[in-house]
Write a protein that binds this ligand. Structure first.
Ligand SMILES: *[C@@H]1O[C@H](CO)[C@@H](O)[C@H](O)[C@H]1NC(C)=O
Length: 287
């Protein structure tokens, strides 16, 4: 009985070890996703830390159950509790900071949306639009050539305005690489727009727009909004993985606690149980 409960803990630890892989993968995916969240490196760290801790703690539990080291199992149960709490906290945090704000569909039937900073609020907005921090993000976007890659050529010429309006643009492409649609500027190519003569809008982004290919709309509020929309999209994807992992982790944790209590109870019926536990016998796992 002792052995089979211990084997169960070993098995559960092996499964949680496997579970840590998608979490780590999610963090690494966030950090490598071409150009976009690359410029927001601070965002992937919570995930990488949580994923790596699950990995280390499961190995700890696995070793503890294989070699019957009870203090290692205690430490495992204790640490896993904190990891579950941290993961839950991170999921709630990700939903709260990305809860508000969406791109606005356009009246001119364009397939892309325009992004407005005023649609966003909260901690993440303050962080992204903080001047010092925005200087870093925008220069990173510029260096990543986020806009120069969006050119489409048809027979050597830029695509027509009509083709452009029917394209899908990522939030960053829409917010940072073209002037807001309401400025009424005339399309020349994707990143070259001639100012209209009769602009009636008061949007300050219109005057921030520059055809200088190193400036474009990188200093616009629409670019900040595009970055926020992009973060929201990728965090929502990562949150789906996190929620699934959290549910499985809680189930395993409950089973693990029950199995551990079982080993304690049986162990306590034996004289010198504790000392026998720490004397490692050849590792054997029974499922
Ligand atoms: C648009 O035209 C400008 C000026 O000719 C050019 O520098 C730029 O690379 C073009 N943009 C794209 C996306 O091809």
């Amino acid at each position: 009985m002792w052995r089979s409960s211990n084997g169960l803990i070993g098995f559960i630890n092996f499964m949680t070890f496997l579970l840590s892989i998608p979490i780590l993968g999610g963090g690494i995916w966030l950090s490598t996703k071409a150009n976009q969240t690359d410029c927001l490196r601070f965002l992937q760290w919570p995930l990488i830390i949580i994923g790596a801790s699950i990995m280390v703690v499961s190995l700890m539990g696995f070793a503890g159950s294989c070699y019957r080291i009870s203090w290692l199992l205690w430490l495992y149960l204790f640490a896993m509790f904190f990891i579950i709490a941290a993961l839950l906290g991170f999921i709630i945090f990700a939903f709260v900071v990305t809860s508000k704000g969406e791109g606005r569909p356009l009246v001119n039937q364009a397939n892309y949306r325009d992004y407005y900073l005023s649609d966003y609020s909260g901690w993440l907005k303050d962080r992204v639009s903080d001047p010092g921090y925005w200087a870093k993000i925008s220069s990173c976007l510029r260096d990543a050539k986020a806009c120069s890659k969006m050119g489409v050529y048809v027979g050597g010429a830029p695509e027509t305005p009509n083709m452009f309006y029917h394209r899908y643009l990522s939030p960053i492409q829409s917010g940072c690489c073209k002037p807001p649609t309401e400025c009424g500027y005339t399309y020349v190519n994707e990143t070259d727009w001639s100012p209209g003569t009769a602009s009636t809008t008061t949007d300050s982004d219109c005057s921030r727009w520059s055809n200088d290919q190193t400036q474009l709309c990188y200093s616009c509020d629409s670019c900040k909004a595009g970055v926020l929309a992009s973060i929201k999209k990728s965090w929502r994807k990562v949150s789906v993985i996190n929620i699934i992992v959290l549910i499985i982790l809680v189930i395993f944790y409950v089973i693990g606690c029950a199995a551990f209590r079982n080993t304690k109870r049986i162990d306590n019926n034996e004289p010198f149980g504790e000392s026998r536990m720490t004397k490692s016998q050849p590792a054997r796992i029974h499922f």
